[in-house]
Every structure is written in structure tokens, then in C-alpha cells.
Write a protein that binds this ligand. Structure first.
Ligand SMILES: *Cc1c(COP(=O)(O)O)cnc(C)c1O
Length: 429
């Protein structure tokens, strides 16, 4: 197994740092050689050796319809022959913006960009520009792309003022980033009590998907909304991962809480590069050319990306789509939990829409600390056991998993059967 992947990885190491174009692909947290893929269709991936896998990564979320959905591919092909990029406005961008305004409760105006990172970075700049304040709050374990001010984490649970978690981020750039514990109401309240008038914005993954899968308390989210309103801070929901993944109206639709700004990515490009940020009209009016907050992009609103995104949004808006997707995901989570129990494993799982978490802990975690306390070694053994049996899971214990519309009941049953075998082999040690 993995012969071709090994060859390609060896070669890649010579010309690409670490052999990969995004660090988590390198398998560093699970060990072994990253699998190089050749093609994908529906729920399946084929690696460079021709081995077939049932996929639960879905390109980290975008492949909600399954890979290479024929209607999405046709939309891309049809658009491509009319020109790949104009650097000028197109009608398709208008349709995309109208769709996003319709579907996402908080979005009155929206701007398209080319990645989630651009979306969050621009939303933060907008919040700072609109409020004239500097400080931002983010939460431990939440990932918002690789912009300087957002690449900051904290010692567990403690309130800290920014220590960059990447070399090359000057401390002064991160100094205005306050990192708080996710889902910790007391910490949030005391921070606003002390610094409320200096806080430009709070950015949060309203369901955290970059430390596995954590659903915050509804009461916590309501308090967050009211604290931001009370202190004039902009509330940003980073729905790059959750948008159009957990439901048609994002986590904001699920909780019934409306942020001031929302960032989107992943699913909205249907597998092509795209991001977006949008929200209250009066805030968005601060963007250049109307206002003084500058942001731009040569490929922003790229016609081919927009075609893939629009077709994807059309197909997932069909009645019953998310009900079916949720049912499939629930079936997977319940099945995995059942076979884990049969084999005496400490295991739990949780999901919403087409997004799930699995944990080598007795119940789904509610904080960063609880995620960190799960049995990472056991996850690594499980990951490799599943990979060897043709199931591709995210190569990290801190990533959410994704189910697509293309996953059939048979795929789920197969996955559960292979998990059962894997758990049994783990139990034997
Ligand atoms: C993936 C992700 C990003 C970054 O998006 P890119 O397109 O990878 O730049 C930002 N925020 C969240 C919540 C994400 O999951």
C-alpha cells in the first residue's frame, strides 16, 4: 500500500517545504506517509496506487454533494469556455451575492473573496475600521485562517494577551488579540467588564470545527450576542466551515442568533477557491470604494468558482436535502458509537447536518481542555486501522469529519463494519 504515495512524497519533499501545500496534509500528527490522491467521485477517493477509500474529509468540507458532482462539473465546464477571469464585474457574482443575502440571516451585503483566510482577515479589518477600536477577541482552539492577528492561541483556559503561535508574527501585531476559553461565560463577561469599550470585535466559530467538533451552549451564545451589542463590539461568526454544512442557514439559523458579520468559504465554492464576508449594510458601507476600509482581489468573484458555488447552493437548497444528510451523519455516529461499545472502547460522537466529531473520550467535549484530554494515541491507531481498511478520515484528532449527500446507507454500513474490525484489533492491542 501507498507505494506511489511514498514516491511522490519523497519527490515533493525536495521542492515543496514538508512536501505539502498546507501543513495538516503532511500527516505529522498521525505519522506515516500522506496519501496522494489521483481522483475522486461521489463518496470515494482513489489514491495514486489506485486504492479506493470511502472519504470523510470531503476536501475539508466543500464536497457536500460528493466529489465531482455531475451538475457542478457541467456548470464549471460551461462557464470555463466563456473566459476564466475578467477582473471586472459579472452577473454571476450578483446572483451569488443575492443568494447569500437570502440564505444567511445576518447578511444584507456581501463581498466575495478567494479563501476563508481572506474573508476573516477582511472582516476583522472592517470591524476595526468601523469601530475605531483595536482589540479583538478570539477563542482558544478556534481557527480563522492564517492571517497574522488570528494566529494566536493561549495556555489552556487562561486569559492571555496574544502570544503568536507562528514564527514571523511580530508580537505587536498579535498584542491586541485576546484569547479566551471557548464556551466559558464567566471569562467572557469579566473581559467585557474590564475592556468592553476597547473591543472592536469578537470572532468565533459558532460550532467549533477546528478542535474536532464542539457545540457551545445556546445560553453562552445568547450572552455573547448581548455582550457585543451592549459594548458596541462587532460579533463575527466565522462560518467558513459550518456555513451550508450544518444547515441551509448556518449555525446562526440553528441557534437563531444573528451576528453582525459572517465569514464563509469551503461549501460556497463547491470545491473551487472562494470565500465571502458580509453582514449589516451599515457596517459593509465602510468597505472601499464606499468607505475607508480597503480590501481587494484580482480573482475575487471568479466566474468559474461562482458557477461551482451557485450550482452547489442550488442543489443543497432542495427540500429535504439537509434532513437526509443529517440522517446519514447520525447513522454513522450512532453506528460507530455502538460498535465501539461492543469492543469495549471509550468513544463518543456528535454531529449536526453533514458535520461530525468523534472522540476517544466518554462523552463529546465542551471545551478545548476536554478535547485535549481525549485519547490521542488511540485516535492515531484508529486512524491508521481505518486507512488500511479503505476509510479516509481527517489525519488529526482535532478536525471535524464530513459526510456528503453521495454517502449511501451501504457506505455507512461498510464504514461501521470496518470500524468494528478496527476497534477489535485495537482492543487486542
Ligand atoms: C478553513 C477555515 C478557515 C480558512 O479558510 P481557507 O479557505 O483555508 O483560507 C477559516 N475559518 C474556519 C472556521 C475554517 O474552518
Amino acid at each position: 500500500m501507498f507505494e506511489q504515495s511514498k514516491v511522490l512524497f519523497e519527490k515533493s519533499l525536495r521542492v515543496i517545504p514538508g512536501g505539502v501545500n498546507s501543513p495538516v496534509r503532511a500527516f505529522r500528527s498521525v505519522g506515516g506517509t500522506p496519501v496522494f490522491f489521483r481522483k475522486a467521485n461521489g463518496a470515494y477517493l482513489w489514491d495514486a496506487d489506485g486504492t479506493k477509500y470511502i472519504d470523510y474529509v470531503g476536501s475539508w468540507g466543500p464536497a457536500i454533494l460528493g466529489h465531482a458532482h455531475p451538475e457542478v462539473v457541467a456548470a464549471v465546464q460551461a462557464k470555463a469556455v466563456d473566459g476564466l477571469s475578467f477582473g471586472a464585474p459579472t452577473e454571476a457574482e450578483l446572483l451569488m451575492a443575492e443568494r447569500l443575502c437570502e440564505l444567511v440571516p445576518s447578511i444584507e451585503q456581501v463581498r466575495l473573496v478567494s479563501s476563508g483566510t481572506e474573508a476573516t482577515m477582511s472582516a476583522i479589518r472592517l470591524a476595526r475600521g468601523a469601530t475605531g477600536r483595536k482589540k479583538i477577541i478570539k477563542f482558544e482552539g478556534c481557527y480563522h485562517g492564517h492571517a497574522d492577528a488570528l494566529l494566536v492561541k493561549a495556555g489552556s483556559g487562561a486569559l492571555t494577551f496574544g502570544n503568536p503561535s507562528s514564527a514571523g508574527v511580530p508580537p505587536e501585531v498579535a498584542a491586541d488579540t485576546i484569547v479566551l476559553g471557548y464556551n466559558n461565560l464567566l471569562e467572557l463577561e469579566s473581559t467585557f467588564t474590564g475592556l468592553g469599550s476597547e473591543i472592536a470585535c469578537v470572532i468565533i466559530e459558532p460550532i467549533a470545527g477546528n478542535m474536532n467538533f464542539i457545540v457551545p451552549d445556546a445560553a453562552y451564545m445568547r450572552a455573547l450576542r448581548s455582550l457585543c451589542s451592549k459594548h458596541g463590539a462587532v460579533l463575527i461568526f466565522d462560518e467558513v466551515m459550518t456555513g451550508f454544512r450544518v444547515g441551509l442557514h448556518g449555525v446562526q439559523g440553528h441557534f437563531g442568533i444573528t451576528p453582525d458579520l459572517t465569514t464563509l468559504g469551503k461549501v460556497i465554492g463547491g470545491g473551487m477557491p472562494m470565500g465571502a464576508f458580509g453582514g449589516r449594510r451599515d457596517l459593509m458601507a465602510n468597505m472601499a470604494p464606499l468607505g475607508g476600509v480597503y480590501q481587494a482581489g484580482t480573482l475575487s468573484g471568479n466566474p468559474v468558482s461562482v458557477a461551482a458555488g451557485l450550482k452547489t447552493l442550488e442543489l443543497i437548497a432542495r427540500p429535504g436535502f439537509f434532513e437526509e444528510l443529517s440522517a446519514t451523519t447520525t447513522q454513522l455516529c450512532e453506528g460507530l458509537t455502538a460498535v465501539a461499545r461492543e469492543e469495549g472502547q471509550t468513544f463518543s460522537a456528535a454531529s449536526l447536518g453533514g458535520m461530525f466529531g468523534m472522540f476517544f473520550s466518554p462523552s463529546p467535549p465542551t471545551s478545548y481542555a476536554e478535547v485535549m484530554a481525549s485519547d490521542r494515541e488511540q485516535f492515531i491507531r484508529f486512524f491508521h486501522g481505518m486507512l488500511a481498511r479503505g476509510v479516509y478520515l481527517a489525519p488529526s484528532a482535532f478536525e471535524a469529519g464530513f459526510v456528503s449527500k453521495a454517502h449511501t446507507a451501504t457506505d455507512i454500513a461498510e464504514t461501521i463494519a470496518r470500524a468494528s474490525e478496527t476497534f477489535r484489533s485495537l482492543a487486542k492491542g
